[in-house]
Structures are given as structure tokens and as C-alpha cells.
Write a protein that binds this ligand. Structure first.
Ligand code: ALA
Length: 499
């Protein structure tokens, strides 16, 4: 049944980079960096990339290639008792895709709005009142916003057809076209940003560390969360993508290329956004720290404001910016959904197309929750919790399991035997000691902090219900699927293509 493989190495790398580069890079990174002190964020960010991001990516590429199946079957093949870790990660992907798709649909709407600068002179009011119809509290759900449902439907139709068409004709073909296009378009935006008056103010802010923030555990949590989310690690994506690699494939070099490609793009997005913020600070004569720029709305409030202020080609710039957001989001969305599709296929012994239909229907229907008047609140809360206590925690459990309960060295040796270059025992040290210690420390601090001050001042009842609720739900879904019977009892032991 399953003998799908990437057409060639470039196809795999582009798909992996396409998964990594997404809303996380353009929508999330700039506001997370801004909220965590700009330059102060870069130190923990680079630390997290080198000590956790790259080592875990190497681990996941290696596991995927070795296991040759979805995350649950890969973990199960290594140890019968570890299937749940795979399902937990699959469930996290499920939670993420439900809101991720909605942000893509906002970006689609904004691409359209850009043609006429439809947000007018009050982009903030336009976003919250006219577009999102944001209610006054997270507990008042508001009506269904049908105008958001349309772009949401387009998003799902696109993702559906890509996955339905298969690995090579769908995912590989789409990313081979979309990724080069995305990079060219984004470079145009960067060029425009850097040539604006005041760009240097923003760039200085981005690169000047505020040491008081560097010592705050929150900055570190944000950095690790960002690296994991952005690099698509710890929620089964890279394991799934690597499972379609031929057995003789490189692992180490591919991991470095993917990680540096992703972070390179992310830093470029940071420089671009901050140079544009510098322009705005100069125009409005306020300190860059005081721009009303934080939060989830950064891309959808500050950018329209800036687009209004640009000296020329305002519409074109808007279309380019929001269009790249859509493009980046779509190539990541397909990877997140593929995680769930692969897992369901393996467990229930389904054809790709059948699995794609069911998984899309369930995920798309769930995503409608965020197309309500309280959608933005829910999204903000759930994104925070599912990252800190979903993705990061699953990453922690994964490094503990492989660092302490598996012969880590054998994975490194296997990876080295087919890779362009070998990696040394430093990798074992990262997985076994450095990453678990850091993550354990940050998670505990973060958990304590959660009780001291409610996240973003939301009502505790909402944080518990939606935030903690979704993180716990992911664990429960994971356990339920683990307990279900494999339709083909030999499936977990079977390698792909062996049926
Ligand atoms: N890694 C993807 C992103 O950064 C999900 O958006």
C-alpha cells in the first residue's frame, strides 16, 4: 500500500523548508521578538536553535527515515510502549491546524483588501470591529463570521487537493513552485523595507539586546517555543516527511540546510519588519518601544497602517505582503495536515485519499470555531498553551525518551552512515543533557508564572477551559488513539512498501 517516496532530494528539502517557513516566520516571529525586547530575544533564540532546534531536527529526520511510517508507527516500531508519544504529537498538530488555517484565511482577506486599501484610516478598528467583529470578552462567542468562512473554505480546498493528489504530484509539486516564488517576493518586500527612511532605527532595536529581558525565563520560553513551532519540530511533521526518504538519504546535511534556511528567512523577516517599524516610528515620531505593535494583530494592524503611509505603490506592497503570508502559510498547512493523514492511514489501513477526505472534514469543521466573534481570543490563548505545554513539552518528553531510554549513539551512527558529513558526540550531549535541562527549567518556571499572572490578563476560567483544556485534550486524544486497535495488526511492524 505505502511506497510513496520523494522524487528527489531537492523535493524533500523544499518540502521540509516549506513546512518550516510559514506563518511562524512572518506573522509570529516579529511580534514574539518585539514583545520580548527585540534584540534581547536573539540570544536565547540562537541558543535554542543550536542546542535544541538542529539536534532535534537531526533526531527527527533520522527517526522518520529509520521508522518509515507515521509518527505513531515510527515510535511503536522502536518501542511498543511509545506509540502514545506519536499520537500526542499528532493531536498537537490537529489543534494547531485548526487555528493555523484561520490565520491563512485572514491573510487571504487582507490580500484582497490591499487592492483598495479597504481598511481605511483606522486599521485597528477595521480589524477588530469591521473584520473580526471581536466580542468584548472571550466568553461571549459572538456570531459566525461568514465573510471569514469563504477564505477559510478556499484554504481547506487547496490543502485538500494538494494532499489528495499525493506526495509527489501534490506536496512536492506545490512546494517546488511555491518556495522559490515566496523567497523572490519576500526579497522585494525586504528591499522596500530597507530603503525606507528610519529603517535603521528599527534594525538597531532588533539587534540591540536589552539585558534585563535576556535574564527573564519568559524570553527563553518564547525563544524555545518559537524555534519548535517554526522549525516544525516536536509535533511530528519532520518525522512524517522524513519517512518518505529513501533509506540511503542524507540526514545531517539536510537538517542543517533546513534549519539555517528557516532561521535565515526568519531573521530576514525580522529585519524587514523592524525596518518597517523604524519607518513608522520616524513618521509618527514615537519611540519604537511605544508603537502599538505587539500581539497577534501586528501583521494585521501595523502593516496596514504602514502601507497607508508608504510614499508610493501602496496597494502593490499590501498585496505582496499578505500574498506571501498566504503562500508561506499554505506550504506549512499541508505539512501539518499530512501528519494526521499519515497517522490515520497507518492505524486504520486506509488509502491516502480516504484518509485525506476524513481528516480534512474533521479539521476544517473544527477550524470554524475561530471564525466567530471570539476567534482571536481563542486563537491567542490556545496558541500560547499548545506551544508551551504541547509542542515544547512533547519536545522535552521526546529528548528524555531518546536521550535516556534508547541507544542514542546508534541513531547518530546510522545517520552518519548515509550522510554527507558525520556529526560527533556533541549531538548526544545536546539531546541527553543540555536540551532537557533547559526545557525542564523553563517549563517549570513558566508553569509557576502561569499561576502568578494570568496570560495577557484573560479570565482564569477561559485560560483553564481553552488553554489548559486544549493542551490536555491533545494528551487525551493521544491516549484514545493509542488504545484503538490497528486495523492490520502487522502494520506497525511493517515497513513502508512491504505490503
Ligand atoms: N513551521 C510552520 C510555521 O512556522 C508551522 O509557521
Amino acid at each position: 500500500m505505502k511506497n510513496e517516496q520523494w522524487g528527489n532530494r531537492t523535493g524533500f528539502i523544499l518540502a521540509a523548508v516549506g513546512s518550516a517557513i510559514g506563518l511562524g516566520n512572518i506573522w509570529r516571529f516579529p511580534y514574539v521578538a518585539y514583545e520580548n525586547g527585540g534584540g534581547a530575544f536573539l540570544i536565547p533564540y540562537l541558543f535554542a536553535l543550536l542546542t535544541a532546534g538542529i539536534p532535534i531536527l537531526i533526531l527527527e529526520f533520522g527517526l522518520g527515515k529509520k521508522g518509515g511510517g507515521s509518527a505513531p508507527s515510527t515510535f511503536r516500531r522502536l518501542n511498543k510502549n511509545w506509540e502514545w508519544l506519536g499520537w500526542w504529537q499528532v493531536a498537537i498538530s490537529f489543534v494547531i491546524i485548526t487555528y493555523y488555517s484561520v490565520i491563512i484565511s485572514w491573510a487571504m482577506s487582507y490580500t484582497k483588501f490591499s487592492f483598495q486599501l479597504e481598511w481605511g484610516n483606522e486599521p485597528k478598528e477595521f480589524l477588530f470591529v469591521n473584520y473580526l467583529h471581536l466580542t468584548e470578552s472571550v466568553w461571549s462567542i459572538g456570531g459566525l463570521q461568514t465573510h471569514i468562512l469563504w477564505p477559510l473554505l478556499i484554504t481547506w480546498v487547496f490543502v485538500f487537493f494538494t494532499l489528495y493528489s499525493g506526495l509527489r504530484s501534490g506536496i512536492e509539486r506545490v512546494t517546488k513552485f511555491a518556495m522559490p516564488l515566496l523567497i523572490v517576493l519576500f526579497l522585494i518586500i525586504t528591499f522596500r523595507g530597507l530603503t525606507l527612511d528610519g529603517a535603521i532605527i528599527g534594525i538597531n532595536h532588533f539587534f540591540t539586546p536589552d539585558w534585563s529581558k535576556v535574564w527573564n525565563y519568559k524570553t527563553w520560553m518564547a525563544a524555545y517555543g518559537q524555534i519548535f513551532f517554526s522549525l516544525s519540530i516536536a509535533y511530528a511533521i519532520m518525522i512524517t516527511y522524513a519517512s518518505y526518504l529513501p533509506k540511503k538519504s542524507d540526514v545531517n546535511n539536510n537538517a542543517f540546510i533546513t534549519a539555517f534556511g528557516n532561521s535565515g528567512f526568519e531573521l530576514l523577516a525580522g529585519i524587514t519588519v523592524f525596518s518597517i517599524l523604524g519607518f513608522m516610528a520616524l513618521q509618527s515620531n514615537v519611540d519604537i518601544n511605544d508603537l502599538a505593535a505587539g500581539g497577534v494583530g501586528l501583521a494585521f494592524v501595523v502593516f496596514p497602517t504602514i502601507i497607508n503611509t508608504l510614499p508610493a505603490l501602496n496597494q502593490l506592497f499590501g498585496v505582496l505582503f499578505f500574498g506571501t503570508l498566504v503562500l508561506a502559510g499554505l506550504t506549512s498547512a499541508i505539512s501539518i495536515l499530512e501528519v494526521i493523514v499519515a497517522a490515520i492511514r497507518d492505524k486504520f489501513n486506509l488509502q491516502r485519499r480516504t484518509a485525506v477526505i476524513w481528516v480534512t472534514i474533521i479539521c476544517a469543521s473544527s477550524s470554524i470555531t475561530y471564525a466567530t466573534g471570539a476567534g482571536l481570543y481563542l486563537l491567542d490563548i490556545i496558541d500560547h498553551f499548545v506551544n508551551s505545554y504541547g509542542v515544547v513539552l512533547a519536545g522535552l518528553v521526546q529528548v528524555i525518551i531518546f536521550g535516556w531510554f534508547y541507544r542514542l549513539k546508534t541513531i547518530r551512527e546510522e545517520n552518519n552512515s548515509t550522510s554527507d558529513f558525520a556529526i560527533g558526540p556533541w549531538w548526544d550531549i545536546m539531546i541527553k543533557y543540555i536540551t532537557p535541562i533547559m526545557l525542564l527549567f523553563i517549563t517549570i518556571q513558566n508553569l509557576i508564572g502561569e499561576f502568578k499572572a494570568p496570560y495577557e490578563g484573560y479570565p482564569v476560567s477561559a485560560l483553564v477551559t481553552f488553554g489548559a483544556g486544549s493542551a490536555i485534550l491533545a494528551v487525551i486524544i493521544g491516549l484514545i488513539f493509542t488504545s484503538l486497535k490497528w486495523r492490520d495488526p502487522n502494520q506497525p511492524e511493517k515497513k513502508r512498501g512491504a505490503s
